[in-house]
Design a protein around this ligand. Sequence first.
Ligand code: GDD
Ligand code: MN
Length: 379
Amino acid sequence: MHQQEKNRPKACVVIPTYNEEDNIEKTLLQVLEVKKTIKPYNLLILVVDDNSPDDTQTIIKKLMELSDDIHMITGAKIGLGDAYTRGFSYALEKWNPSLIIQMDADGQHDPSVIKKFITLAINGKELIIGSRFIEGSSTPNFSNWRRFISLFGNFLVRYLGGVYMIKDCTSGFRCINTDLLKKCNLDYFSTKGYSFQSSLVCELMRNGANAVEIPIVFNKREHGLSKLTLHDQIEFLINIVKIRFRNSEDFLRYCAVGILGVFVNFLTYFSLTRFAGWTPELSSPIAIELSIISNFICHNFWTFIKRMNGVSYFDRFIRFHIVAGVSGVINYLFFLFLINALFLSDLLSLFLGIGIATIFNYAGNSLWTFRRQEMGKKH
Ligand code: GDD
Ligand code: MN
């Protein structure tokens, strides 16, 4: 039996821990229970503890004496993403498992879901996400604020990171096929914290993951506090911009055209007021409109040349204007928010406003005006 067990493909549950002395024992024992019910795979557990100052490691070591299936690596605390990166490389190198499962140690993830993960993996799914935001799932005890942060974060990743089909991009409970994982360039991630989770989803999807989400109940944390920090949340926002760049050279072209548009706007305004002697009130809207037209032409025949989606030029032209208007308003409101609520300097706020508006502007035009032709549909 033992020999047979060794020959089965492996699935490695990677559990990061930091100060989980009150939770880790129960979690590990539960995973060991689940292991007994999973026949096709040999389930291993790798805990990545970042030198927790509490008794987490002592408890893990005690359990390691009881079971050969529990392993631990330790390191300096840099962040959740860093812990996962180390855990993944260690597991791949040491056991070459077919599946890697990510899971929290604090009792918020019900280990019995692992069984469902395995069944779906056997049916060919390469990325299975325990999702908090699809029908059938729930997040009892999530504060309104935390729910808002999570949903807003997910909204950004989904629509700017190009993974709009995934509803929970930041979930920490997932099962990943390692053939797919090996295709991903984990070194590229400069994210050391929680935003690792969304980077990983985007990277797996970019590599063509056959993905599915299943509903989970994201329980109340049993003991202790969440380790999610403000720093993690800021890193998350910066990271989305990075993913955006990596995901599409279209976006770089888009920005280049945008800069050209600024010049068109400026030159027109300058010529009309300085040479033709027109008033600023008349010259400005003409300059704006001309830059919108020139941007539209460039996007049509350069940035999105491959996206002939069957929408007429005229309709695109209208949509382009609507998106420009909406992002103009977003730009302005964000600017007001930064100077009045966060008391940033006006120039920095202007710059950040343009940045946010550009991203929304891109998303609007990319997903609507110049949306890709849907698969299988011909116009
Ligand atoms: N090794 C290590 N190093 N482990 C860490 C670190 C770290 O720097 N930071 C957190 N952990 C461990 C915790 O001990 C816990 O087992 C797990 O990672 C998740 O941390 P929590 O602090 O419980 O996170 P959360 O409940 O606020 O966040 C959950 O939702 C996020 C998205 O909303 C988690 O599931 C995250 O993975 C998820 O991204
Ligand atoms: Mn937690």
